[in-house]
Design a protein around this ligand. Structure first.
Ligand code: NAP
Length: 355
């Protein structure tokens, strides 16, 4: 048995890591440690990271000899098989450059089906895949793993009425102020257009709802979004951002897919930040995955520390949970047909035995 997937080249896959933030550095750590992958390049957005060894950026004990760069042409010239793409804001230009150069992309950055892109941008991506004979795939914890679990659970049902997925968590330890503000936190709940802006920022969840609908054979007539903001009753200082009293401290919403008047897929969130807010529904501290039908199925996925967890706090666990569904998919994505592929197309994305 080789360490690579049966459909992969009989050598370690050459992988680029794109950015090393909360999620990217967890991906980088995993790539460095995997015998079936060879880290060949690291893209850095931050000037302070350029020139640093990947080991320093990932918290790996020995130098790798691979230093971070912002020279995209140099990265494209590496002949990489794949790129783990984890920037804060994805760029169609970057994706087109990677895919056209034949680099398969596994992304956590707002990509599941590409359905939220403009027709022009989606066409550019498909043309790039054709040119480079490459594949783009998006995954993560939520969206991503949660949708996979929902689709798998639906396999237990004779009849599926609705798949409903809710991320029900306190997000205070997710230190990405830009992401959190984009989702409404810390803003005046009466800000005109706030619900629409949260819909737009979270539209990748609608992509994941559409993917699940496709998987269960439901032809959606429309996708909608509803959200409820709850104001904090006191000030919270989270270090990386503040939630002042009177501003949004809880965001509860769903992207829903409909067949006629039947809500068949729902993907959403019951998020809080800070100590001074009561969300519309009690938090379940995990991903609540429900399939309604015959029978009803329900599970809550919790991400918990193993005995050898040494980091202060548990934020890192969620980052690993988000990063690994992307990084672990690399062998299957490299082996997949060119174009856009989703979780519904690939074999199950599994982790690796720590042998
Ligand atoms: N599906 C899921 O479950 C899920 C969950 C959480 C997040 N995500 C997505 O995963 C991606 C990464 O999240 P994260 O928490 O790791 O983000 P992050 O740490 O806030 O930022 C990631 C990296 O993006 C680069 N960056 C920062 N500001 C930028 C800007 N203005 N323009 C372009 N790049 C910038 C930096 O790269 P350098 O490190 O090179 O400086 C930063 O480290 C995001 O797109 C996020 O929405 C998905």
């Amino acid at each position: 048995m080789t360490a690579t997937s049966p459909d992969s080249p009989d050598r370690p896959l050459k992988v680029i890591q794109w950015t090393t933030g909360n999620i990217g550095r967890r991906s980088l750590h995993a790539i460095i440690g995997r015998p079936d992958m060879k880290l060949v390049g690291v893209y850095a957005h931050g000037a302070d990271k350029v020139g640093k060894d990947a080991a320093e950026l990932a918290g790996w004990p020995e130098p790798t000899g691979v230093t971070a760069t912002n020279d995209i042409d140099a990265l494209l010239a590496l002949g990489a098989d794949a790129c783990c793409y984890n920037p804060l804001w994805p760029s169609i230009d970057e994706l087109v450059a990677l895919l056209s150069a034949g680099v398969n992309v596994c992304s956590s950055a707002a990509w599941i089906t590409g359905g939220k892109q403009t027709p022009e941008d989606r066409e550019r991506i498909l043309t790039a895949c054709e040119t480079g004979q490459s594949t783009i795939f998006g995954n993560g914890a939520h969206p991503g793993m949660t949708n996979m679990v929902g689709m798998v659970l639906s396999g237990s049902c004779e009849r599926v009425d609705e798949i409903r997925i809710t991320e029900s968590v306190d997000c205070s330890t997710y230190e990405s102020a830009d992401t959190q503000s984009a989702m409404g936190f810390g803003q005046d709940p009466d800000t005109p257009g706030l619900a629409e802006s949260v819909r737009r920022e979270s539209e990748v969840f609608a992509e994941s709802a559409a993917m699940m609908a496709d998987a269960i054979g439901a032809n959606l007539d429309k996708l909608t979004f509803d959200v409820q903001f709850t104001a904090a009753t006191g000030d919270s200082d989270l270090g990386f951002m503040k939630i002042p009293a009177g501003t949004v401290g809880s965001v509860f919403g769903y992207h829903r897919g409909w067949v006629g008047d039947r809500n068949v897929v729902s993907v959403g969130f019951n998020w809080t930040m800070g100590d001074h807010v009561t969300p519309p529904k009690p938090l379940e501290h995990g991903h609540v995955i429900q399939v309604f039908g015959m029978p009803n199925m329900r599970t809550v996925v919790h991400c918990l520390p193993p005995n050898d967890w040494t980091e202060p706090g548990f934020m890192g666990l969620g980052m690993i949970y988000t990063a690994m569904p992307v990084t672990n998919a690399v062998p299957s994505v490299v082996a997949a047909r060119p174009g856009i592929v989703t979780l519904a197309d690939l074999p199950p994305v599994t982790g690796r035995f720590a042998g």
